[in-house]
Design a protein. Structure first.
Length: 304
């Protein structure tokens, strides 16, 4: 008869923390344990499961394929555990959570997730700030935010938990914005912006001249400029409005590398409600990633 294996949720919680922190030392700081104690917990969990979850070297910790497969299940176990404990204790989550996100991301992807969280926890006050990634990082460092979703370079150093990659494309009102023997007119956010950097790097590598025809930190402002035919821009494929066109190789434009979205927590202690929202967002993205079709099907939640 097959022997049932019972998972120790303390070990599971330690694993999720290590996956998010990408470091035994940082995970230990969050858990109130030493680096060696966290490492021992991971060994015990791997022995219990019979699967290698982590790949270790002196400087980095990464997930094995088994670890990547286990991570969303581990988060689900913790979510169910926390919900059961909260229900039995009869206490409701409350407090304020200060969340930061890029405007395009907050407009397209977050409303449904935040609405679901707000309905589940009506006594939590959500405060959402939309800004450029660099400004969000500054606010997180200064203690003005608890958690933030930011754009980053793929596998950027020490910059949060990767929640998905974004396929980037060129977009404009039509191909007429590109004129032979003229610099490509770009509609962009102010530097430093990952999408702007992608556009400039791709055109420079192609040897094609460009100019910043319209610069605006506002997504609505950029869309208005695109609709007016002032230029072209770089956007995630699933964020392009239906009245704009995707341009590419047929128009002589270079291919673009993907960008990544990462979730960060403040390095100082954050409210329980903020920690719960961070987990809620990760769980929501895990669930949407599991859908076979739709705008989320190309996104690949995973730890960095």
């Amino acid at each position: 008869m097959t022997r049932l294996v019972n998972l120790d949720l303390d070990l599971v919680r330690a694993f999720v923390t290590v996956a998010e922190a990408r470091s035994f030392t940082r995970a230990g700081e969050r858990l109130g344990r030493s680096q060696s104690a966290v490492s021992l917990q991971m060994q015990r969990l791997e022995d219990r499961l019979g699967v290698a979850l982590l790949s270790r070297d002196p400087r980095h910790v990464t997930l094995t394929p088994g670890g990547e497969a286990f991570l969303p299940q581990a988060r689900r176990l913790l979510r169910v555990n926390d919900e059961i404990v909260a229900d039995l204790r009869g206490d409701d989550l409350e407090g304020e959570v200060r969340l930061g996100a890029p405007e395009d991301f907050a407009t397209v992807h977050l409303p449904e997730i935040l609405g679901e969280f707000a309905r589940a926890h009506p006594r939590v006050a959500l405060s959402v700030t939309c800004d450029l990634t660099l400004n969000l990082l500054d606010r997180l460092r200064d203690g003005a935010l608890d958690i933030a979703l930011v754009k980053r370079e793929p596998l950027g150093p020490d910059l949060g938990v990767r929640v998905w990659r974004e396929p980037l494309v060129w977009a404009a009102a039509d191909a007429a914005v590109l004129r032979p023997d003229e610099a490509a007119p770009l509609v962009v956010a102010p530097a430093p912006c990952v999408y702007r950097k992608r556009a400039v790097a791709a055109l420079d590598a192609q040897g094609r001249s460009w100019r910043a025809a319209y610069t605006s930190p506002s997504l609505a402002g950029q869309h208005a400029a695109l609709r007016a035919g002032l230029g072209l821009t770089v956007l995630p494929r699933d964020m392009i409005p239906p009245d704009l066109k995707v341009l590419g190789a047929a128009e002589g434009l270079p291919q673009l590398e993907d960008a990544e979205i990462a979730l960060l927590k403040a390095r100082t202690a954050i409210p329980v409600a903020a920690d719960r929202l961070a987990q809620f967002i990760l769980d929501a993205l895990d669930r949407r990633h599991a859908l076979p079709e739709g705008p989320w099907s190309g996104l690949r939640p995973a730890p960095a």
